[in-house]
Design a protein around this ligand. Structure first.
Ligand code: HGY
Ligand code: MN
Ligand code: MN
Length: 412
């Protein structure tokens, strides 16, 4: 195995051990582990020969400047936050591979015709504040200041967490790379799906990223005594939430070829075994490559929620937290990536859409994007069983080296 692959594996283990939870990997935005991992990333980017700075949202940004006049930026990135009880490849693989391709350029003394900027985004998952793409939102100049008042489960606001990290939120808009200065965006990420395993391929191109809407749903009923309240006189918030959850599942199954819908988080109040739940908060994560269809499904489910609330005598608050349309990867960047994949010896070219969201969704607002998927065993992700083999990581590394070369040739 190439020493560069070895180094990626060692660093994946190191980052995978930096967690806020004692028995699993969890690294939400602005936590102790998040800040600790940032320090390690700064060190590694500096040792790769890059000029490194941490921006005012917590993105770690390393750059190899080109001497070419009017050089634009190629950003190679992924994220270093995680979901709770995460796998160690989702995010860090793309960051560490980016550092390796930069180190190769720096050590070879090659002067690329573009600036090479490697970015570790501070928050892609939105695990703490349900704000996906915080980091890439800043890089694209699309940071939404209404996010600042968002609260985590402990009631702390995003604004206060950013300040505690020593950042100045009023400066974030200076951190963006202006639209005219972008050459493009490239991200390497585990597929988090079964296709590469089925096809027995190590890597493939990504054709686009599905549209995604995230909704916060609050049910307000009436808490009551579990022993004395007649069943037909209750305003049980949990039963209402459960009824909607099953409608959501049925809708996803009915349109399974073009829709996925998930209730992933639920908080029951007061959450006592002998009290009828008076309040329930839960999320809806719903996605499709077809934007109009997705909007129709969100509207339909909102109607269903309001119908359930009326029938059960509850109040339902439906709050769309974030909605991103589906995006296409750029044909020219993908053509260079195709050359890179071919040159690295992968036996078959494949291009698939991504059901998972990625920072490219945010970056696509200002720049052409491209992505490389890497096989992960059985497509398992957002799960500690997530695994990506050293051989497939090496295939992705070599395909990325060749992509950079093909891109540089296409500019000269
Ligand atoms: O949720 C997603 O698709 C990604 O992992 N943030
Ligand atoms: Mn990810
Ligand atoms: Mn993820």
């Amino acid at each position: 195995m190439h020493p560069r692959t070895q180094r990626i594996l060692q660093r994946l283990e190191k980052l995978g051990s930096i967690s806020d939870a004692p028995n699993c990997l969890s690294r939400f935005y602005g936590t102790t582990a998040h800040i600790q991992s940032r320090k390690v990333l700064i060190e590694w980017m500096e040792s790769a020969g890059m000029t490194v700075h941490c921006d005012n949202i917590g993105n770690v940004r390393g750059i190899l400047k080109s001497k070419a006049p009017n050089a634009k930026h190629l950003v190679v990135a992924s994220h270093y936050d995680s979901v709770f009880d995460a796998g160690k490849y989702d995010g860090p693989l793309g960051v560490l591979l980016g550092i390796e391709i930069a180190q190769q350029v720096s050590e070879s003394g090659q002067d690329l015709p573009f600036h090479l900027q490697v970015v570790a985004f501070a928050d892609e998952e939105g695990g703490r504040f349900n704000t996906a793409y915080l980091g890439s939102g800043v890089l694209a100049g699309y940071f939404d200041k209404t996010w600042l008042s968002r609260k985590d489960d402990a009631g702390e606001t995003l604004d206060s967490v950013i300040q505690k990290m020593g950042h100045h939120i009023d400066l974030v808009n200076d951190e963006a790379i202006p639209k005219e200065d972008w050459l493009g965006y490239y991200e390497v990420h585990i597929e988090q799906g079964p296709v590469l395993c089925d096809k027995d391929l190590p890597v493939c191109l990504v054709s686009g990223i599905a549209g995604q809407t995230r909704v916060d749903i609050h049910w307000k009923g009436m808490a009551g005594h579990a022993g004395t309240s007649p069943m037909d006189l209750r305003q049980d918030a949990l039963c209402a939430a459960a009824e909607l959850t099953l409608i959501i599942e049925a809708l996803g199954k009915k349109h399974k070829e073009k829709l996925v819908a998930t209730v992933g988080k639920m908080i029951v109040g007061p959450n006592s075994s002998n009290v009828i739940p008076g309040t329930v908060y839960h999320t809806l994560d719903i996605r499709s490559m077809q934007d109009h269809f997705l909007a129709e499904m969100v509207a339909y489910l909102e109607q269903q929620a309001l119908t359930i609330a009326k029938k059960r005598g509850l109040h339902c608050e439906w709050k769309v937290m974030q909605s991103n349309p589906s995006v296409d990867c750029d044909p020219q960047l993908s053509a260079a990536l195709e050359k890179g994949i071919k040159k690295s010896g992968v036996r078959e070219l494949l291009s698939i859409p991504s059901g998972a969201g990625h920072d490219g969704v945010m970056i696509s607002k200002v720049a052409p994007i491209s992505m490389l998927f890497v096989r992960c065993t059985d497509g398992i992700s957002h799960n500690p069983a997530e695994y990506c083999s050293p051989e497939d990581i090496e295939a992705a590394l070599f395909a990325s080296d060749a992509f950079l070369e093909a891109l540089a040739d296409s500019i000269k």
